[in-house]
Design a protein around this ligand. Structure first.
Ligand SMILES: [Fe+2]
Length: 384
């Protein structure tokens, strides 16, 4: 047998462990400093030592002190397997063993430690500085010198277990706190998404009570942005920002916004003001999603050739998210019926977008848009 699970109760000679003191007052001292009996009963200890007699005596000492979960390994090649299955709170490890010595076992265990590593006390009769430094560098926490002293063994174990329990408590609190922070962050993000969505719906409520246009613009703009190799985090923000492109329409009077016929020149100027109004509503935010929304609201009617509004800025002076939203906004408007027009077929709308390449729209954005449209994957974004 090279591993025992139950502590032996038999008395065996202990050549390198000092005998238990018979004086009652001195035998109480280590117990007073030790973890409570309850804790000692719970603590899992692993002893790795090729000397059967040492193992038995250590087990007996631990058992008498109230440690009832002790496993022992006398074949060092089994140490790692038992360690991984048992996950001890503390390991007592001999250094000089045949086959895998204590240093090799230390290396094995160190590679498999969990977030709160199990402390390892090295048992050694080799007390040279070099040996200690080597063991410490491999992850040993403390040393017990052979022949072992019963009181010292118990006190050292008790102290290290106290630290172990403190670290475990701290770790559990950290995990709990991180979980709470994650939950709160998720809630805040969900609230933000919902608020932005409702804001976009409010903006278009007067001429699109379903909010479907804003929803589609958000999804298709994100899809197009991803195809244009925009950073994925930015893609997700564009998904939320693009639906707000027409939020400035809240500032346009009904008689102009809902006018069934053609707008007069003055009316058109008022209508074009929805870009600046939208940007004003969204301006000054420190959140990237609203900064993007502001840029899109202000620039989604600018044209690649510089003949758009509100300022007529050309080319790549128009922010890319706005160039993307411009194509998508027009495509979606063309392919859906409005009170004053029939819905175009996707093919006819795509042909119109293609015809406006290098005029109204960025040719690079149009080219990528047409690939997606042709593949039928404009709305298959996987982006919620
Ligand atoms: Fe617009």
């Amino acid at each position: 047998m090279t591993e025992r699970r139950s502590p032996p109760l038999d008395e065996v000679p202990a050549p390198d462990v000092s005998p238990e003191p018979s004086d009652k007052s001195s035998s109480r001292r280590p117990a007073d400093a030790m973890p409570s009996l309850c804790r000692r009963a719970e603590a899992r200890l692993l002893v790795v030592d090729d000397e059967e007699a040492v193992v038995r005596m250590v087990e007996r000492v631990l058992h008498h002190a109230g440690y009832s979960n002790v496993r022992s390994v006398t074949d060092s090649s089994m140490a790692l397997g038992v360690f991984e299955e048992y996950r001890p709170d503390l390991v007592l490890l001999d250094l000089l063993m045949p086959g895998l010595d204590g240093y090799a076992v230390l290396e094995q265990l160190r590679a498999r430690m969990l977030e709160v590593p199990s402390p390892i006390i090295v048992l050694t009769s080799d007390v040279t500085t070099v040996a200690r430094q080597r063991a410490l560098s491999l992850g040993a926490l403390d040393f017990l010198t052979k022949p072992l002293d019963r009181i010292e063994v118990l006190l050292r174990i008790a102290n290290i277990l106290e630290v172990r329990y403190f670290q475990l408590r701290q770790h559990a609190e950290k995990v709990l706190l991180e979980e709470k922070v994650r939950e709160r962050t998720n809630e805040l993000e969900a609230a933000q998404v919902e608020l932005l969505d409702r804001l976009a719906r409010a903006a278009e409520f007067r001429d699109d009570t379903t909010g479907e246009h804003t929803e589609r613009v958000g999804r298709m703009a994100a899809r197009l942005a991803r195809a244009l190799l925009v950073d994925e985090r930015e893609v997700r923000l564009i998904r939320r920002a693009a639906p707000l492109h027409d939020i400035g329409k809240v500032g346009i009077p009904d008689e102009i916004l809902l006018k069934p016929g053609r707008l007069t020149g003055d009316e058109r100027l008022v209508m074009e003001g929805h870009t600046a109004i939208g940007a004003r509503i969204l301006s000054g935010s420190r959140f990237r999603v609203l900064q993007l929304a502001e840029a899109i609201a202000l620039r989604h009617h600018e044209r690649w050739d510089g003949s758009g509004y509100p300022e007529g800025i050309p080319g790549d002076r128009i922010p890319l998210p706005a160039r993307i939203a411009a194509v998508i906004d027009v495509y979606d408007a063309l392919t859906h019926a409005r009170p004053y027009k029939e819905a175009w077929t996707p093919e006819a709308a795509a042909a119109e977008i293609a015809a406006q390449s290098d005029k109204q729209f960025d040719p690079w954005v149009v080219e990528t848009f047409l690939e997606l449209q042709h593949a039928g994957s404009l709305l298959t974004t996987g982006i919620l």
